[in-house]
Design a protein around this ligand. Structure first.
Ligand code: FES
Ligand SMILES: [Fe+2]
Length: 438
């Protein structure tokens, strides 16, 4: 069997970085990824605002294993394997809900929100006490569970490093989103879930791929640009879109970073930052944070791609996207709009409209991305020796921080002063190889 190492041709001294396309198609590689990446790394589960009250839960998956996150009567949040301790029925019936008691639909055992089994139906009559002791009827917590600024993560490897260590260089960029929200952030109502007939790693690459924006999203930019000429008064001020940064790349500053542990950053200055929903907070933010950080918050759109399958996007609107591998050729994607709690109604309205324009499954951007990635999946089946050569940006790659990173006071492993580059992908693929190599 081909090893992950053989699929990534990484010759740093010679400035060669290529990925063999069977990395996207080989089912044996997929099985390894499930065991060594999704079975062992920290993975995003949900946001704490989705489980605000005792009994609120979100049901999701870590790799192929069902889990759920629930708030207990003690206000603590826990994450359990979503399986009845009796004979293995999944306990939650929905992707989210509220239940102070979870009743198994198969034979009626009950569990409280702290995971304790509170009822074994008919148990006193039919079980010997030692049977119940041996069975351990309580729910099993997952091995590791952690929160960073309200983002909840779980991990099935008890020996994994702490969450903060894993997030590492991505944290200052996550803070750029959360620090705009003095009262914390909240996920807005609604769930968006769609399927993509393509490998999950194509979505990981796409999330930080500035190169496709001017081609794939020209459709978005020209459509909203035209819409604004039709209704200039209705699409003014904060409601205005930021199409200019897509159509006039040469006029803006942009870049990409490898921030370590497989995490990648892509950024671009906003053509009209005053159209951003948080722009009215500028003076207040300048009171609290250095000017360089506020510039990053309000004048630069950012995508933060956290290894292996999470994107925090803070551009015209703000979005969380997670993609879950189902097979080598099938991926389930979920997105949510996330916003500062208590933001002004006009800012909230603008944020939601712009989320619908770009991030919603039926938006002017997502279907185009999905088609592009599905095309890459099909094309990856061609040729025995097909390689993706990720050389774009080699010419401008620099070690450490560029000027923009210095403004934020961070030092990426490497920087590229331009977003139409592929060099940040090295971060992901190097981590991918390391995790799949025994
Ligand atoms: S499987 Fe849950 S009560 Fe039997
Ligand atoms: Fe895109």
């Amino acid at each position: 069997m081909t090893s992950a190492q053989e699929l990534v041709d990484d010759r740093e001294g010679e400035n060669i970085f290529r990925v063999h396309r069977s990395a996207f198609t080989d089912p044996a590689i997929f099985d390894q990824e499930m065991a060594e990446i999704f079975g062992r790394t920290w993975l995003y589960l949900c946001h704490e605002s989705q489980i605000a009250k005792h009994g609120d839960y979100v049901a999701t998956q870590i790799g192929t294993q069902p889990v759920f996150v629930i708030r207990g009567s003690d206000d603590d949040i826990r994450c359990f394997y979503d399986v009845c301790s009796h004979r293995g029925s999944r306990l939650t019936g929905r992707t989210s809900g509220s239940a102070k008691t979870l009743t198994c639909r198969y034979h009626g055992w009950c569990f409280n929100a702290e995971g304790a089994c509170t009822l074994v139906r008919g148990g006193d009559e039919a079980y010997r006490p030692e049977d119940l002791d041996r069975m351990d009827t309580n729910l099993r917590p997952i091995e590791k569970f952690g929160s960073y600024k309200g983002f909840l993560f779980g991990c099935l490897d008890a020996d994994a490093p702490p969450l903060d260590e894993f997030l590492g260089g991505a944290m200052p960029f996550i803070d750029l989103m959360t620090d705009q929200a003095p009262d914390g952030m909240e996920i807005l109502r609604g769930e968006s879930r769609y399927m993509m007939e393509a490998n999950w790693k194509l979505q990981t690459e796409n999330s930080t791929d500035g190169y496709h924006v001017a081609t794939v999203h020209r459709n978005f930019a020209t459509t909203v640009g035209y819409r604004e000429t039709l209704a200039p008064e209705g699409d003014s001020g904060m409601a205005k879109t930021e199409a200019s940064r897509i159509l006039s790349l040469e006029k803006i500053n942009s870049g990409g970073y490898d921030v370590g542990n497989g995490h990648m950053i892509n950024w671009a200055d906003r053509g009209n930052p005053e159209a951003g929903p948080s722009w009215p907070q500028r003076e207040a933010l300048l009171q609290r944070y250095p000017a360089g950080k506020v510039k990053w918050m309000l004048e630069r759109g950012r995508t933060v791609t956290v290894f292996p399958n999470l994107l925090l996007n803070d551009v015209a609107s703000s979005c969380i996207r997670v993609w879950r591998p189902i097979s080598a050729e099938l991926t389930e994607i979920e997105t949510w709009c996330i916003a500062p709690k208590n933001e002004a109604p006009e800012a909230r309205r603008a944020r939601i409209r712009k989320y619908e324009d770009f991030f919603f499954p039926a938006s002017l951007a997502v279907p185009d991305d999905v088609r592009a990635m599905e095309g890459a999946q099909i094309g990856s089946e061609a040729l025995e020796d097909g390689w993706n050569d990720l050389a774009l940006g080699h010419k401008t790659l620099v070690d450490g921080a560029d000027d923009a990173a210095k403004e934020l006071g961070v030092t990426p492993l490497n920087s590229n002063p331009g977003r139409e580059v592929e060099t940040p992908f090295f971060a992901f693929w190097r981590e991918w190889v390391a995790r799949l190599t025994p």
